[in-house]
Design a protein. Structure first.
Length: 513
């Protein structure tokens, strides 16, 4: 049995990470969505939940770690299934905050066991500033993979800075990285920075520790075996049908999304870069950004170049990816960069508070306490500022739409969707809640893929699927005489070729032009 020797933290100072976790969890639970939601770019939630609960394969890259862990968490009797997945995100994000607090304590006082209450106060306050940043907070309220990605990143960061130079610790680090990559492949962006941070420990026995790290990584990546095993059962959600090597590569590599990678047109880059800088103040507050810059400089000037270089690589890698990824929700990829910057912020706050102790004035002795008190107010200010916008306690948009569709559609209707939020919400309603399984749902954007057409033929033998090229008007033509046909949304390129009339939240197709 592998035993790792960690340095215990004395109470009550050692309880700071637990308090950070509890405070963040309370905030997230109180503002979490009550059921399925489209808010905060959370349209993927329906697909993820349906895949996890049916033993299926969600959209690329398959997210096997998320599917397995979230389904296990969903065994808890915590309300509707979607609510349980939302709370899973809340727990993952809160645990990331607690880990970040613990890492910060160790980083500020590595040699004295973190016995200073000032260190605990700085670590707690800065971690909670990170917790109340709107991007992490928003992803903690919905069924998405980003909160769990934050947890794996925080764990990898902790292990890179803290794990002792032993094979057991290296194995654990590799396992965490492998499982994290099984949740979201963007964790690979952290590898250069983490390698710089961990190198002094690895360099003591590079061959032995490297082999242990590789073994743990391979063991963690084995979670991807879930995808072909799940696909063999032909579940209702089965993207790419990855029971073949070709299908597995298509899903894991995320080929459907590769065109978005670093595809932002050059004319839009200035606007993206201009939006990037204000986001930092929105996440960390302007005082927090100032402290972060001070912290980065003190690391460099204090001879801690390894920490400075490693953390800078982390921030740069995730920033470049988020700026260059051509989707509206690419900002969520900045979460690891913000968590890293919390370390800078803590370093800056500690440097400022510690230096105040040396001021030679009659009131200087109160300066550290004043600085720490102001620092402690920042999370509260951030929470009050962002709560009205972020809270999803009363969000019912997705559920209202599903209720309307379920009550309006006639039996055995064909419903053609053209937006992910509609496709995924219907998958949740049909395969998790068991509602309206008589409806044939066809995603117009997936008709171009052979694996998707093969699934439609297999599952809906009465659906007429003309030969390629299979477009929505060509699909509608022969099926219109067999069943009612509806569109979930109005799209110009389709509506110009069809005759359709509004029917509540849907459009009923009456003919092909």
């Amino acid at each position: 049995m592998v035993r790792l020797k960690w340095h215990p933290l004395p109470p009550p100072i050692g309880l700071a990470p637990l308090f950070a976790t509890a405070a963040a969890l309370l905030l997230y639970v109180l503002t979490s969505a009550p059921s399925l939601t489209w808010a905060h770019d959370g349209a993927d939630g329906g697909d993820l939940i349906a895949a996890a609960m049916t033993g299926g394969v969600p959209h690329p890259s398959g997210y096997p770690t998320y599917c397995l862990a979230a389904r296990l968490f969903a065994l808890l009797p915590l309300g509707p299934v979607a609510r349980r997945f939302n709370l899973f995100s809340a727990c993952a994000a809160a645990a990331a905050v607690g880990l970040l607090c613990h890492t910060t304590q160790r980083l500020l006082e590595p040699g004295v066991g973190c016995r200073s209450w000032r260190t605990a106060a700085v670590a707690l306050s800065t971690a909670l500033i990170g917790a109340t940043g709107p991007i992490l907070w928003s992803q903690a309220l919905i069924a998405e993979v980003n909160a769990l990605n934050a947890l794996f990143f925080a764990l990898a960061l902790y292990l890179a800075l803290e794990a002792p130079p032993r094979p057991g610790a290296a194995l654990l680090t590799g396992l965490a990285l492998g499982l994290g990559l099984g949740n979201h492949l963007t964790l690979a962006l952290a590898l250069p920075g983490l390698a710089v941070l961990a190198w002094p420990r690895v360099s003591r026995d590079p061959r032995r520790l490297g082999l242990s790290l590789a073994a743990g990584l391979i063991l963690g990546l084995a979670v991807y075996a879930y995808l072909p095993l799940a696909a063999r059962q032909d579940p209702p959600v089965n993207w790419g049908n990855p029971h073949t090597w070709e299908g597995l590569c298509w899903v894991v590599a995320g080929r459907i999304y590769q065109p978005y990678l670093f595809d932002v047109p050059l004319r839009f880059l200035p606007a993206r870069l201009g939006a990037w800088a204000p986001l930092w103040a929105d996440q960390l507050t302007w005082p927090g950004v100032t402290l972060a810059l001070i912290g980065a400089m003190t690391w460099i000037e204090g001879g801690h170049r390894r920490e400075a270089v490693g953390t800078t690589l982390l921030v740069a890698a995730y920033s470049a990816y988020a700026i260059g990824y051509d989707t509206a929700d690419s900002y969520v990829y900045l979460i690891p960069a913000y968590l890293t910057t919390v370390l800078w912020m803590a370093r800056g706050a500690a440097a400022l508070a510690w230096s105040a102790k040396g001021w030679h004035t009659s009131r200087a002795r109160w300066a550290p306490a004043v600085i720490l008190a102001v620092l402690a107010l920042l999370p509260a200010i951030s929470a009050v500022r962002h709560a009205p916008v972020l809270s999803l306690r009363h969000d019912r948009e997705a559920i209202t739409w599903l209720d309307d569709v379920a009550s309006r559609l006639p039996r055995d209707a064909l419903l053609i969707t053209q937006e992910d939020r509609h496709t995924f919400a219907l998958a949740y309603a049909q395969w998790v809640e068991g509602r309206r399984q008589d409806i044939i749902v066809v995603d117009a954007d997936l008709l171009a893929y052979p694996w998707y057409r093969a699934q439609l033929e297999r599952r809906h033998p009465t659906l007429v699927l003309p030969a390629d090229p299979l477009t929505v008007p060509i699909l509608v033509g022969p099926n219109l005489s067999l069943r009612p046909v509806f569109l979930a949304s109005e799209r110009r390129d389709v509506m110009t070729q069809l005759t359709a009339t509004p029917d509540g939240a849907l459009w009923r197709v009456t003919g092909v032009r």
